[in-house]
Design a protein around this ligand. Structure first.
Ligand SMILES: C[S@@+](CC[C@H](N)C(=O)[O-])C[C@H]1O[C@@H](n2cnc3c(N)ncnc32)[C@H](O)[C@@H]1O
Length: 296
């Protein structure tokens, strides 16, 4: 592995960033598939002592994902870097090699799947607002609620309000400043204790949250969401798949573990939830995220 890391380092330093990243992603993926969990942990440790890892940390997305300045992985600022909606110092204005690293990270399959996920939330917001005039939406684990930006349903008033529910007050300050968005500070634990959301709604997105929840918590949260759903409402739960191709890269380079689920796992999450008319599932084009859309 050490030799391969040296090679990748040379490729990246020779400014062939795309090729360097691709080969590193491939090698880490192969290595994770072949090794025992203990051996894989050692490879991750080895990587973090190698100059290639320090170089990769110069990418604003990668560096922040690893540092976790809010104390948890996948904060809303990282999501902005993934969506291209980042409002801080613009990576494009930085050093060309940093720009290249950021571009290569931006293209990682699971991040392009996250951009597709944002579009799916927007699609559902639209569909629900066609079913209900004055619909109310909500996101649990809302982050900056970028799905609401310029959304026609909110602009026209067909979606009356969108609740941004999150534990993170800094993220909620950004979310709540957007038209039609009402910030609600609550943790998953608060919602489970209450057994429902703070308001009744027609649509709930769980985008980007369930990838961090164990099965019991995920099931209980769906039950709490359902308790607040108006008849005919919908719940969208996306989740990274068990086979998503960059799990090794995220774990090794960014220390970003995720709870992975496939269609059967998603079905299990909704098992026993009363009143569900149908559960429709599909994957994004890269196969990195599965979307479970429940109609009640
Ligand atoms: C990956 S971000 C997703 C943000 C947004 N929904 C999106 O799709 O871009 C995950 C969000 O979930 C929130 N979160 C994580 N664990 C939580 C918990 N236990 N209770 C409430 N919010 C939580 C984080 O604060 C963060 O804003």
């Amino acid at each position: 592995m050490l030799e391969q890391l040296d090679e990748t380092y040379d490729t990246l330093r020779n400014h062939d960033t795309q090729a360097g990243m691709r080969s590193l992603r491939d090698r880490l993926r192969e290595s994770r598939a072949e090794l025992s969990p203990g051996e894989w942990r050692r490879v991750c440790e080895q990587l973090r002592e190698h100059p290639v890892w320090r170089l990769l940390q110069e990418c604003p997305l990668t560096g922040r994902a690893f540092r976790k300045p809010r104390g948890y992985p996948g904060d809303a600022v990282i999501m902005d870097l993934i969506y291209g909606t980042y409002e801080g110092p613009v990576p494009q204005e930085q050093d060309p090699s940093v720009q290249a690293l950021y571009r290569a990270s931006y293209e990682i399959d699971v991040f392009s799947a996250a951009r597709y996920r944002l579009e799916q939330v927007r699609r559902l917001m639209q569909e629900v607002s066609e079913d209900f005039d004055g619909a109310i939406g909500a996101a649990v684990g809302a982050g900056h609620t970028r799905e609401t930006v310029g959304h026609p349903a909110l602009a026209s008033g067909r979606m009356r309000r969108y609740y941004a529910i999150d534990q993170d007050t800094e993220s909620l300050a950004v979310a709540g400043a957007q038209p039609g968005v009402v910030a609600v500070q609550a943790s998953v634990r608060d919602l489970l204790t209450a057994g429902c959301l703070p308001h009744r709604v027609h649509f709930v997105s769980g985008a980007g949250l369930f990838d961090y929840l164990a099965e019991r918590t995920a099931k209980d949260l769906i039950r709490a969401i359902k308790a607040s759903l108006e008849p005919g409402g919908r719940i969208l739960i996306p989740n990274v798949t068990r086979t998503f191709p960059d799990t090794a890269y995220l774990e090794a380079v960014m220390e970003w573990p995720l709870v992975k689920r496939d269609e059967n796992d998603m079905e299990r999450l909704f098992e026993g939830i009363e009143g569900m008319q149908r559960l429709v599932q599909h994957r994004d084009p890269t196969g990195s995220i599965v979307f479970a859309e429940a109609v009640f």
